[in-house]
Design a binder for this molecule. Structure first.
Ligand code: UD1
Ligand code: UDP
Length: 365
């Protein structure tokens, strides 16, 4: 049996790796072990609980308000000893976090084949998103298998000189995860005013810390002050750089509900109930179009241009004027709303994890 470690650090990695882990565990040819770096703690555990995943190893890395340098150093040190003792045949990890970058590096140092799930996303700008663009480039340089979600991602990798035989277009596993929960009629679990249109907000990107996150909050405040018929639900990321500002600026308005991060099921319910989504998240940009919900992306650049090009996601930046004008346009203009609220899913057919597992199963050590 091949021993495959699936490594997971943060909430989105857990959501996107859950279908891969569950499929690998079904295979009689594979001994699948789950390594939680726990770069996130509570938000990671929330996802593991939903998908009934119990990690075999837990590095318990997270510290309050961790810096990128200390996080990276602690991850590498801990991964060194776990790879030394466990000697996996291969390791899989997803995305662009510090966990993924350090997993790729530790695999390289230990001579362990590394499979990159969600490979080939690029903005071409190392500071947008920061530090994720660098994390992906490093992971991409070191991967044996590149599981690209889209044709565009495959082309990005080919442009960087990756051998075409090492790239497989699989779709994004987030669609697999979404399909596995969306029909279970999840509930948000937070009382909302059904007479008002719901605007769902998430924000957490490091490049938006400081003035941009304040600008995002001021725009949300402006919107509720000028639209009595909307309410905002903002599950606030626990990063202190977001949490503190959001509560300071938005904590006292009757049309704004700030809550702790929602579990995946309630969050999917919130996306389904939302009229408009404002977000700087990567995963939300992929899920919302599959649910036919318009997303205004509060970032200057996106490594997920497919939905923008399909006309169902719009980039507004973390920019006050753009956020209010585009949101207001969607609120006031049913035609503009309908144009953006089309059910188009450029990120996969829900079978990405199956394709990944087939490749790993066929691989001869
Ligand atoms: C991380 C990833 C980012 C990803 C995001 C998903 C990096 C550098 N950043 O950003 O790419 O989009 O996760 O959410 O890899 N915290 C808690 N509880 C938790 C999680 C976080 O309290 O369950 C707080 C802690 O104070 C922690 C801080 O948030 O130190 C930052 O966590 P970190 O993983 O470094 O960065 P994120 O902003 O969460
Ligand atoms: N999500 C969640 N609860 C929340 C907010 C988001 O379960 O309160 C899910 C969301 O559906 C998506 C993922 O978390 O699958 C996105 O995570 P995040 O925005 O933190 O990271 P990113 O995708 O930007 O890396």
């Amino acid at each position: 049996m091949k021993k495959i470690i699936c490594a997971v650090g943060t909430r989105p990695e857990a959501i996107k790796m859950a279908p891969v882990i569950l499929a690998l565990k079904q295979s009689e040819h594979i001994n699948c072990k789950v390594l939680a770096t726990a770069q996130h703690r509570d938000m990671l555990d929330q996802v593991f609980d939903i998908f009934n995943i119990v990690p075999d190893f837990d590095l318990d890395i997270m510290r309050p308000n961790q810096t990128l340098t200390t996080l990276t150093a602690r991850l590498l040190l801990n991964l060194d000893s776990i790879f030394h003792s466990e000697k996996p045949d291969a390791v899989l990890a997803q995305g662009d976090t510090t966990t993924v970058m350090t997993i790729a590096m530790a695999c390289f140092y230990h001579g362990i084949p590394f499979g990159h799930v969600e490979a080939g996303l690029r903005t071409g700008d190392l500071s947008n998103p920061f530090p994720e663009e660098m994390n992906r480039v490093v992971a991409g340089k070191l991967a044996k298998w590149h599981f690209a979600p889209t044709e565009r991602a495959r082309k990005n990798l080919l442009n960087e000189g990756v051998d075409e035989n090492d790239i497989q277009v699989t779709g994004n596993t987030v669609i697999d995860a979404l399909h596995s929960v969306v029909d279970s009629s999840p509930e948000i679990g937070i009382p909302l005013d059904s007479s008002k249109r719901l605007i769902l907000v998430t924000a957490h990107r490091r490049e938006n810390f400081g003035e941009p996150i304040k600008e995002i909050c001021r725009a949300i405040l402006h919107l509720v002050e000028h639209n009595a018929d909307i309410q905002v639900l903002f599950p606030v990321h626990p990063n202190p750089n977001v949490h503190q500002i959001a509560h300071e600026l938005l904590g006292h308005h009757s049309q704004i509900i700030l809550c702790d991060p929602l579990g995946y099921l309630p969050f999917v319910a919130a996306m389904k109930a939302a009229h408009i989504i404002l977000s700087d998240s990567g995963g939300v940009q992929e899920e919302a179009p599959a649910l036919g919900k318009p997303v205004l992306v509060m970032r200057h650049r996106t490594e997920r241009p497919e939905a923008v090009e399909a006309g169902v996601v719009k980039l507004v930046g973390p920019v006050f004027e753009n956020i209010i004008s585009e949101t207001q346009r969607l609120l006031d203009n049913p035609y503009a709303y309908k144009q953006l609220a089309r059910n188009i899913s450029p990120y996969g057919d829900g079978k990405a994890s199956q394709r990944i597992v087939e490749t790993i199963t066929k691989w001869k050590i």
